[in-house]
Design a protein around this ligand. Structure first.
Ligand SMILES: C[S@@+](CC[C@H](N)C(=O)[O-])C[C@H]1O[C@@H](n2cnc3c(N)ncnc32)[C@H](O)[C@@H]1O
Length: 291
């Protein structure tokens, strides 16, 4: 039986559950070998009050049926197939009703299930609403994108800290960045971002995703963008500065207007000189350079 992370990944999307009641647990190993040979993608054990149950996961009905047949004919093991209902998707209704929106001068962000052609030469980014933040519905994302449009990104090495859906990494790449390293502490968000990279293959060129924090990085960057809450971003300022080249720049979003003064002071302490600002509603984004 696979264990640890590999096992968790293997069972991410089971469509069929295959349950066996093992009256003879000593047969588990051989039963398991047959199951994986037939295409099982994961397994788990459940200790019921009377007997031990092993559950195998398959993504195809035919593979599960093959395993059931082999078990019954060769091992005399009693088994049954159950179909798992996919988990309810709380955002399905939102996506069905969602309409794309223009963002900044260049982009057309589509948070629904379907991507229609973007009007007026805009760059379409298809980012269906998911548990990862960043469809363009929030001011902080839009402010960061608009601020990125003000920067000259051609060929730059960009760091996107707190990448969520990957929206800013895709935008930076589409605006000409040479490479974008996009990080998020939330591994689920990184999985969603990966799907979004596949949905937007042109913008995704040169984007590298990583689950982790600043400490996972060894590289040097020309520009960092981070859209995070004040409380999350403030302790990271010095670390971000330390990963920027001498002439490096930063775009900080996710800040409330009332936090401006304190944030600008923290930037100065961390060695940043603030040289730009934009706002939408109660939210602001700040642009800064090192030194
Ligand atoms: C507001 S979302 C921004 C998502 C996207 N970049 C956007 O602009 O819409 C902030 C993201 O930062 C991540 N995050 C928070 N603290 C972090 C840290 N210290 N290092 C990396 N990611 C972090 C969160 O998991 C979340 O996905």
């Amino acid at each position: 039986v696979p264990s640890g992370a590999a096992f968790a990944l293997a069972t991410l999307r089971p469509t069929i559950v295959f349950v066996i009641a093992l009256d003879r647990p000593e047969q588990f190993e051989i039963a398991s070998a047959f199951a994986f040979a037939c295409g099982a993608t994961g397994a788990e054990s459940l200790f019921g009050p009377e007997r031990e149950i092993w559950r195998f996961y398959f993504s195809e009905a035919g593979a599960a049926e093959d395993a059931v047949r082999i078990w019954r004919d060769r091992l005399g093991i009693d088994a049954r197939i159950e179909r798992l209902r996919p988990p309810a998707d709380p955002l399905a209704a939102f996506r069905a009703a969602a309409r794309p929106r223009p963002v900044g001068r260049s982009f057309w962000l589509a948070p629904g299930d379907v991507l229609e052609p973007a009007p007026g030469g805009r760059i379409a980014l298809h980012l269906p609403a998911s548990t990862a933040f960043g469809t363009g519905g929030h001011e902080s994302t839009r402010l960061a994108i608009r601020r990125l449009e003000e920067e000259v990104l051609d060929g730059l090495r960009v760091l996107d800290l707190g990448s969520g859906s990957g929206v800013l990494a895709l935008a930076a790449s589409a605006l000409g960045a040479g490479s974008v390293h996009a990080l998020d502490l939330d591994a689920d968000a990184v999985f969603e971002a990966r799907r979004n990279l596949l949905r937007n293959p042109v913008a995704a060129r040169g984007v590298h995703l990583l689950a982790g924090g600043l400490e996972s990085l060894a590289g040097v960057y020309d520009l960092a963008v981070a859209n995070m809450l004040f409380s999350e971003l403030s302790p990271l300022l010095a670390g971000i500065g330390g990963r920027l080249a001498g002439t490096g720049r930063a775009v900080f979003s996710g800040l409330l207007a009332e936090q401006r003064r304190e944030f600008v002071a923290l930037c100065a302490e961390a060695g940043f000189a603030v040289d730009g600002e934009a706002g939408e509603g109660e939210w602001i984004a700040i642009a800064a350079r090192r030194g």
